[in-house]
Design a protein around this ligand. Structure first.
Ligand SMILES: Nc1ncnc2c1ncn2[C@@H]1O[C@H](COP(=O)(O)OP(=O)(O)OP(=O)(O)O)[C@@H](O)[C@H]1O
Ligand SMILES: [Mg+2]
Length: 391
């Protein structure tokens, strides 16, 4: 007995009607049916050819042009990307998993799109198809007018290298390489730049993400946020027309996540185009178009317009206050260090050693920060009103 049962297709039924023979014999597709299928295909091509030959020359050119448009060319070139009726079904043994079930989407130059959705809804699958990492079961993806859905592996690799930048949740940097070498990886296969030119480009990209001074550090010597900044610099190495981001802040704490999103928004304002997928609602606050994905389908577009100016200012203020807190703590530490041996210190004196712009924009009361610092560093001391006693 065969493991799987073959289901009779409408074409098989036509064959049986036409010939009186069975298309499936002893659980297998019969050879006679396969031969019949081949013959039909040839007849179809012959018929089409003779139809075209019977047309006038002008009509013939029109049919050819329509065929090409149908196959490869987006009829309107307005959009950077046009996704039409995209389906992706994964086969796991004999089980089919429909990950995408008819997705339509357009992406314009300068967009920052965020797609939100629960785990398993198809977000990564969609990004992989748009980024040319995989091909769809059905549907079309036009990148600058060219349908990339039917390209073979080699051609897809060219498209990826020339047009797409990738940023993943876990940075995916090469651990033995320095930040600069990681950024240079995509340029390795591009013959456009000399050795010196590549190095300059790499350093320019690291400057863009404010990590020029860390160019010789390996990923393990960098924080999560810094690694993600290197990954963003790497994604921009070939000046891609689209950058796809799969959960770009998924592995970062919220403060670092906001810093990364601020950087992305900055790049977006300078002309970069992004499509991101996320669980995290913060990403959508930075996007200009937000979609929701559920069960392999895109549902309504959430908003157009991005963060309101006031919301953005509030977010930046919070971020700055958090950063000031860290700076403030290290300054307190320096003060205590230079006053070693003193057993009681006036809090006012510590405060006086910290510049006003930092003091005036702290997220918490100064004494609370001082208290937190004592606890965090297991210092032997306590705060008594406005006096710090150290033992
Ligand atoms: N290579 C694969 N083979 C088989 N099934 C897969 C494969 N990749 C994804 N799937 C299935 O397709 C569906 C969509 O997966 P996908 O990874 O796109 O979801 P997602 O929205 O990115 O989820 P998450 O938020 O957890 O990353 C899931 O049911 C998943 O199990
Ligand atoms: Mg995913």
């Amino acid at each position: 007995m065969p493991d799987t049962q073959i289901i009779k297709t409408p074409e098989m039924e036509r064959y049986e009607e036409e010939t009186g023979n069975l298309a499936i014999w002893k659980g297998k597709v019969s050879n006679n049916f396969k031969n019949w299928q081949e013959k039909k295909k040839k007849e179809e091509i012959k018929k089409k050819k003779s139809e075209i030959l019977s047309l006038s020359r002008e009509e013939r050119d029109r049919v050819k042009l329509e065929d090409r448009h149908q196959k490869d060319v987006d009829k309107d070139y307005k959009h950077l990307i046009v996704v039409e009726n995209l389906h992706k079904t994964y086969l796991l043994g004999t089980t089919a998993v429909a990950a995408l079930r008819g997705v339509d989407l357009t992406i314009d130059k300068g967009d920052f799109i965020d797609i939100m959705g629960p785990s398993g809804s198809g977000k990564t699958t969609l990004l992989n198809l748009i980024g040319g990492l995989d091909t769809p079961t059905r549907g079309k993806i036009f990148l600058e007018g060219k349908n990339i859905a039917t390209l073979k592996d080699n051609d897809l690799a060219d498209i990826r290298r020339e047009n797409i930048g990738f940023v993943f949740q876990f940075y995916n940097l090469l651990p033995q390489m320095t930040a600069l070498e990681n950024v240079l990886v995509p340029l390795h296969f591009s013959g456009k730049l000399s050795r010196r030119g590549k190095r300059k480009r790499g350093l320019d990209l690291l400057r863009l993400v404010e990590l020029e001074d860390r160019s010789h550090h390996t990923p393990s010597e960098l924080s999560g946020g810094e690694q993600q900044r290197v990954a963003i610099a790497r994604a921009f190495a070939n000046d891609p027309s689209l950058c796809v981001l799969d959960e770009p802040t998924g592995d970062l704490d919220s403060k670092t996540g906001v810093m990364i999103l601020n950087l992305l928004r900055d790049l977006n304002r300078r002309g970069a185009t992004f499509i991101a997928v996320s669980h995290d609602a913060t990403v959508s606050e930075f996007a200009n178009r937000v979609f929701h994905m559920r069960d392999g389908k895109l549902t309504t577009e959430g908003k157009i317009g991005g963060l309101k100016e006031t919301q953005q200012m509030e977010l930046n203020r919070k971020l700055e206050a958090e950063m000031n807190k860290e700076k403030c703590k290290s300054m307190i530490f320096r003060y205590l260090f230079s006053n070693q041996g003193k057993t009681s210190i006036n809090v006012g004196d510590i405060k006086n050693s910290i510049p006003n712009p930092i003091l005036l924009n702290l997220p918490e009361h100064f004494n609370d920060i001082l208290h937190e610092l004592i606890k965090e560093n297991n210092l032997n001391g306590n705060l008594d009103g406005n006096v710090l006693n150290l033992y």
